[in-house]
Design a protein around this ligand. Structure first.
Ligand SMILES: Cc1cc2nc3c(=O)[nH]c(=O)nc-3n(C[C@H](O)[C@H](O)[C@H](O)COP(=O)(O)OP(=O)(O)OC[C@H]3O[C@@H](n4cnc5c(N)ncnc54)[C@H](O)[C@@H]3O)c2cc1C
Length: 402
């Protein structure tokens, strides 16, 4: 096969790129994934939070452009601007005030809430002795990331993009005529899952198919690391599990509220009549893990929730899961051309914000491919060149990360 472009990975990032490239008129585009359902993908396993508030200007811009689209199609993609409440503890005042100042120029309607304003807007937040204030973003909220992914895919398919299920890419390389991927088919859902839980064996051997294209974009989320290894000695990406639990709270209905992020970095929001909550555990080992630790709810999540709210005392866990954050050393994403190549691109590792940054990232990589430069967003700072020795001042640390 000889195509115009091939995208490796059909999560939210690969699907958004397919949408944007086809919207800009490119034809003969193919997206390849061992599991189009995305059972283990981060797009399937995330918390659905959407906000404009980030420390790095490029992260704010990626979110701003994405949210501008989400607002236009909000009913189709289940985007509810129910607000985002970020609680700041005593001693964290400076970081909260700095954060608020950064957003003022964008007219994002963020407001600072005093303790009494927090209590009146969120009466269930009743344990506030350690709090200084909160920042509330009315235009932020929650999204159905699956609906968003389907929106991108459906629009791309209408313009002729082909999504190939049960195809796993073993490697990519440049040829004198462009780019080439080596791939094979997987025969069942179980085989696809096996590969995603342990990607190393398949990637160590050549696939039985070779497809050529003018360009290839690597958008395989946390799995991008293995596909980069032949090209880059240290891909600088770590797949790290994050855990989430869905539970019912006795005598407490959270449905009319949005996302709450606590000082402990536990976050929680309403989810179809229940509550969904996650908490970042420090020292989580790298690896492709999708389970939930037996003691996660009782020993970590529940104590953090109850410490903030008496309404969160009697909780009944319903289900839980793990999903992957793809981490870079500064926790900002990687977007650009793979160094020393002409036709291989990468767009991945947006840690805990890939959904809310998906469309901004797609705009940027599309412009780079079609026009050879970034126009709408100044995204050259997302190149992996920032990690080279001597470029430390170009790093994009994102402390506002959960
Ligand atoms: C617990 C949790 C909570 C989160 N909360 C939020 C949130 O509130 N808001 C937010 O914006 N983001 C959140 N995120 C982050 C967000 O989910 C991710 O950044 C985003 O989904 C990444 O999308 P992706 O397309 O890069 O990767 P993925 O969705 O993981 O997609 C990668 C795709 O690549 C495919 N693939 C893998 N290997 C190969 C191969 N060899 N060949 C071909 N295809 C391959 C996989 O099957 C998969 O479909 C959260 C993530 C987690 C885990």
């Amino acid at each position: 096969m000889k195509a115009t472009g091939i995208i490796i990975g059909a999560g939210i990032i690969g699907s958004a790129i397919a949408y944007e490239l086809s919207r800009k008129g490119l034809t003969d585009l193919h997206v390849v994934d061992p599991d189009l359902e995305g059972t283990l993908s981060s797009t399937e396993r995330n918390a659905g939070g959407v906000r404009h508030l980030w420390e790095q200007p490029i992260n704010r811009e990626l979110a701003r452009h994405s949210i501008a689209l989400f607002e236009k199609i909000k009913t189709e993609i289940g985007f509810h601007q129910t607000g985002y409440l970020w609680l700041f503890g005593k001693g964290e005042e400076k970081s909260g005030e700095d954060m608020l100042a950064r957003t003022q120029s964008h007219q994002l309607n963020y407001e600072q809430l005093s303790i009494s304003e927090i209590k009146s807007k969120y009466p269930f937040i009743d344990k506030t002795d350690d709090l200084a204030f909160a920042i509330f973003g009315a235009r932020d909220g929650l999204i159905n990331s699956n609906s968003l992914k389907q929106y991108f895919r459906n629009e791309a398919k209408k313009r002729g993009v082909i999504f190939h299920d049960r195809h796993v890419v073993h490697g990519m390389k440049e040829t004198p005529h462009g780019a080439e991927i080596s791939l094979s088919t997987v025969t069942s859902d179980i085989a696809a899952e096996d590969h995603l839980k342990n990607p190393f064996p398949l990637l160590k051997k050549e696939g039985d198919l070779n497809w050529q294209a003018d360009f290839v974009i690597l958008a395989a989320g946390a799995w991008s690391r293995e596909l980069l290894l032949p090209h880059i000695k240290h891909p600088l990406i770590s797949p790290i599990r994050r855990q989430i639990v869905l539970f019912k709270a006795e005598n407490f209905d959270m449905n009319s509220y949005g996302m709450v992020v606590d000082t402990s970095r536990v976050y929680f929001h309403p989810e179809g009549g229940n509550i969904l909550a996650g908490l970042v555990l420090k020292n989580e080992a790298q690896g492709y893990r999708f389970d939930v630790d037996k003691d996660f709810f009782e020993s970590h999540l529940w104590p953090a929730l109850y410490e903030r709210s008496s309404s969160l005392e009697k909780l009944k866990p319903i289900t839980g899961w793990g999903g992957l954050y793809s981490y870079t050393p500064d926790t900002s994403g990687i977007l650009g051309k793979i160094p020393k190549t002409k036709s291989l691109y990468e767009c991945h590792s947006f840690t805990g914000r890939g959904v809310m940054q998906s469309y901004g990232a797609a705009i940027a990589i599309t412009e780079l491919i079609i026009n050879g430069r970034f126009e709408t967003l100044q995204a050259s700072c997302l190149s992996r060149k920032r990690f080279l020795a001597g470029n430390e001042s170009e790093l994009l640390p994102e402390g506002l990360h959960i």
